[in-house]
Design a protein around this ligand. Structure first.
Ligand code: G4P
Length: 535
């Protein structure tokens, strides 16, 4: 195997998904600790604050003390080169979060053992599932009172529609948490809490060892024996092919905070995942080992420096090796170019790089030429990756400039920000030029929009909240068909036909019920939850 192949083979690129507070940051931090990328726990969170305090980009970050952008971290662990894609959770949930998942080859889903499947887990899972990428579940916080593990697995299966296979099984929880039973090795890993150090000690003991009953107590022991029998009898077989196609999720129980079960989880995860996945470009499939470099843009981070309106375009390298010295071809721009100031993130530090391999994420300086989904490839081999889907916003406002004389700046600003992918903009047949409907996935984007229009375009906004919560694309089989008119459709009062700036038609709905109503009463009307993508 050449050094080039070996470099690609050792890459793993995955996203961590969860509902806020399930323990995503804590788990990520433990991974980084094992890889030696950080020296002590607490650094990841600390970094967020330091960055907001020292950099002046996105004042809003400072004001709110949060991170508006999703980040990527690279670290090394036992010969693997790992790229973790963070998916921001709290108020800063945005379409960027979904798009980041397009760059991942697998996902780690963190579940709070006391809460089970939560709203944001569900949304992020759906996006991973539509690409059939492997999804590994880490059921966290076993050192606290939890729900019944059987019930948790059942909920994952029912709510998310994925089969589960418990790789290990917890013995008790909270104060009574004794450890986990490793099903493959038929060993119990015993947990001894050490609250001061926030770290547990783990010792291994064979499940048949008579000393086990003494260690975990007679009743816990009999319960474990019964549960093992139940698990072995009831659960589906472990099938690696199904894992690799996102049909079966390996489930691990543990506690990120006390560091219990995290390293075995990481090791199993690395063992079960593969080198970077191929991507489709129309009829072609671009494999990671293809000789030539190729990448696609999945995220644009704007306004790093207000004076220059510069941006950073994040791209996922799909094939080959990126060489900062070599020219690449930007398909959508139809131009050869050298990527400017390529950089990578390592635990929130940026560093300029000379090379990168398939699987890696690089950020390049963007003078305003890149859009989400753009392809970069070798000048000798041109192709275009399939588009990144547009995800349905869930919050809508009608906006216009308070000062009607500033209509032009207003439109330029919203169009620019929409092009970066931070917001989506729509109009109705009756909307004049002076107002637009804005849709966002997370409400913080409204604040970002208002802030940026004020500071970059000198426009003060008039905003009006709209009651819609859902958006569906109208699917037209015949691309040349006349656009639908409102009178062609039976719509309830709380639904509205709109159009985006590319001419796609969409319907806004205030409720799920309303979507159902429209689908039932308009025969032949096909609605899609994602826009512009094939899977
Ligand atoms: P997130 O990124 O998914 O939002 O979650 P994060 O890691 O920030 O964890 C949320 C809270 O849950 C934190 O507590 C964290 O310490 C705690 N936590 C994470 N994993 C475990 C675990 O395995 N067991 C227990 N008992 N707690 C866990 P916090 O009080 O909100 O923050 P902090 O003051 O500890 O930083």
């Amino acid at each position: 195997m050449s050094q080039y192949e070996a470099e690609i083979k050792r890459r793993r690129t995955f996203a961590i998904i969860s509902h806020p507070d399930a323990g995503k940051t804590t788990l990520t931090e433990k991974f980084l600790l094992y890889g030696g990328a950080i020296a002590q726990a607490g650094q990841v969170k600390g970094k967020k604050n330091t960055r907001a305090a020292t950099s002046d980009w996105m004042e809003i970050e400072k004001q709110r003390g949060i991170s508006v952008t999703s980040s990527v971290m690279q670290f090394q662990y036992e010969g693997f080169c790992i790229n973790i894609l963070d998916t921001p959770g709290h108020q800063d949930f945005s379409e960027d979060t979904y798009r980041t998942l397009m760059a991942a080859d697998s996902a780690v889903m963190v579940i709070d053992a006391a809460k089970g499947v939560e709203a944001q887990t569900r949304k992020l899972f759906k996006v991973c599932a539509m690409r059939d990428i492997p999804i590994f579940t880490f059921i966290n916080k076993m050192d606290r009172e939890t729900r019944d593990p059987f019930e948790l697995c059942e909920e994952l299966e029912k709510e998310l529609g994925i089969d589960t296979y418990a790789m290990n099984w917890p013995i008790g929880c909270g104060k009574e948490f004794k450890g986990v039973y490793d099903r493959q090795n038929r060993k119990v890993i015993h947990f001894t809490s050490n609250t001061n150090a926030k770290a547990a000690t783990a010792t291994q003991i064979e499940v048949d060892d008579p000393a086990l009953a003494e260690l975990i107590g007679q009743s816990k022991h009999s319960q474990l024996v019964d549960e093992i029998e139940l698990l072995d009898g009831a659960s589906c077989d472990f099938d690696m092919e199904r894992v690799r196609h996102g049909k079966l999720s390996p489930v691990f129980f543990g506690s990120a905070l006390t560091n219990f079960g995290v390293e075995p989880f990481l090791e199993e995860f690395l063992r079960m995942t593969t080198a970077p996945l191929p991507r489709k470009a129309g009829e072609q499939v671009i494999d990671c080992f293809d000789e030539d470099f190729s990448a696609f843009v999945f995220k644009i981070q704007a306004n790093m420096n207000k004076a220059h309106r510069d941006r950073i375009a994040f791209m996922r390298v799909v094939s080959g090796r990126f060489d900062a010295e070599k020219e690449v071809y930007h398909m959508q721009g139809g131009k050869k170019m050298r990527l400017s100031r390529p950089q990578q993130l390592m635990a929130a530090e940026r560093e300029i790089i000379e090379e990168a391999y398939a699987g890696d994420i690089i950020g390049v300086f963007d003078p305003g030429i890149f859009s989400i989904g753009d392809t970069l490839c070798a000048p000798s081999k041109k192709f275009q990756f399939d588009p990144i889907p547009t995800f349905a916003p869930e919050h809508f406002q009608r906006i216009r400039s308070i000062d009607t004389m500033k209509r032009k700046q207003f439109l330029k600003g919203v169009e620019q920000i929409a092009q970066e992918g931070a917001i989506q903009i729509f109009k109705t047949p009756y909307t004049g030029m002076e107002e637009v409907i804005v849709g966002v996935v997370g409400t913080l984007q409204f604040d970002v929009l208002e802030y940026r229009l004020r500071s970059e375009y000198n426009v003060e906004l008039y905003k009006e909240g709209l009651p819609y919560e859902y958006l569906r694309w109208v699917v037209r089989e015949d691309e040349n068909a006349q656009p639908l008119k409102e009178e062609d459709l039976l719509l309830p009062a709380d639904a509205k036909l709109v159009e985006d700036y590319k001419g796609n038609q969409l319907i806004l709905f205030a409720s799920q019920w309303s979507i159902q109503w429209v689908t039932e009463r308009n025969k032949g009307l096909v609605l899609a939850e994602f826009g512009g993508a094939k899977f």
